[in-house]
Structure formats: structure tokens, C-alpha cells
Design a binder for this molecule. Sequence first.
Ligand code: AMP
Length: 191
Amino acid sequence: MRIVFLGPPGAGKGTQSQRLIQHFRIPHLATGDMLREATRQNTAVGRVAHDYMAAGRLLPDSIIIDLVCRRLKEPDCLNGYLLDGFPRTLPQAEALDRFLTESGSPLDAVLELKVDEDVLLQRLAGRGRDDDRPEVIRQRLIGYREQTKPLVEYYTTQGKLEPIDGMATPDAVFEQICDILDRRRNPSSLT
Ligand code: AMP
């Protein structure tokens, strides 16, 4: 199962990611985590990533594309993976498609976890972290929306986008996701 997972902060993407990777036994490729690990290990990518991450800026597409494509060639990705935090730009999505076309392994679905903005604001404010002040949160959500819009359009055109109602309970959200993935894998199961 090859999945791209989109969703704003506070939508429950972390919880659903954990369930998905356990259920399908696939690796969780979260680029933010990969970069933080690279920084800890002080690799060449890690040293570059450090400054961008500290400034809250996206890394250049070429660096992150190279990192992800290399990771996708590793044996544990043969049965699929959950991409989280990538792609974040249109050139990243296009590069991913080129890679997947060449390797003959298209994405099964792009899940977009959707939660009303006022609920996200409440949930994030409840976390009580320093960077969770209302105006900071609002900016993050606006940033997310702007960044994600071209990706949503891109994957909608491809017929890959699957909006998920993230307002339900975690169990219900997970069930919804599994139904959708089932349907994409076995279209005949509908009849
Ligand atoms: P995250 O944990 O997904 O919020 O990512 C943390 C930081 O890692 C981001 O603020 C970016 O600096 C960097 N990063 C993660 N994923 C990407 C990506 N796909 N493209 C560029 N930079 C990224």
C-alpha cells in the first residue's frame, strides 16, 4: 500500500499514521522526522537541513527529493509506505510521480484528513505549547492551506485524492480510511 498522507496540524494525522503503518505493516516515511534524525547524526543533509528547519523554511526541492527517492529504494519499502510531510510542493509531487512511474509502482491513494478550522484552533490551543498561541496557530493553518492547495488540485486531477472526514472519532476515521483503501485496491468489491 503506497500512500501519501496530507493533513493540517491538529487533524490527528499522527494517530492515524500509527494505526496505518501497524495495520499494513509499512514504514512511516515522515520527512520531518528523517531530517531531524539526519541533523542528530550530523550527516551532510542534516547539516543543511538544520538551518532551514530552524528558520521554519522548506528545504530546496532537489535535496528532499533525493533523500526521499533514495529511501524509497530501500527493501522495506517494497510492500509500500506511508509518506507524511512529502510532497509539500508541486515539483516534489512531480518528481515523486516520475520516480514511481519509472519503478512501475504508482501511489494507491492520497489521503487528505480534513477537520474544520475552528476545531483545529481549539485542539491546538489545548496543547499549551509556546508555539500554540492563537495567532501563531492561525498562521500555521494558513501556511498549511496555501502549501497544500496545489497538491490537492494536482492529485484531484489524477483521481488519487481521497478526502477523509477527520471530525469523527479516531476509530471511525480509521475505519473510513480502511474502507477507502479497500475500495481502491478492489474496485469490484463495491458491486
Ligand atoms: P515537519 O515535521 O513535517 O513539520 O517538518 C519539519 C521541517 O522539515 C519543515 O519545517 C521543513 O524545514 C523540513 N521539511 C520536512 N519535509 C519537507 C519537504 N517535503 N520539503 C521541504 N522541507 C521539508
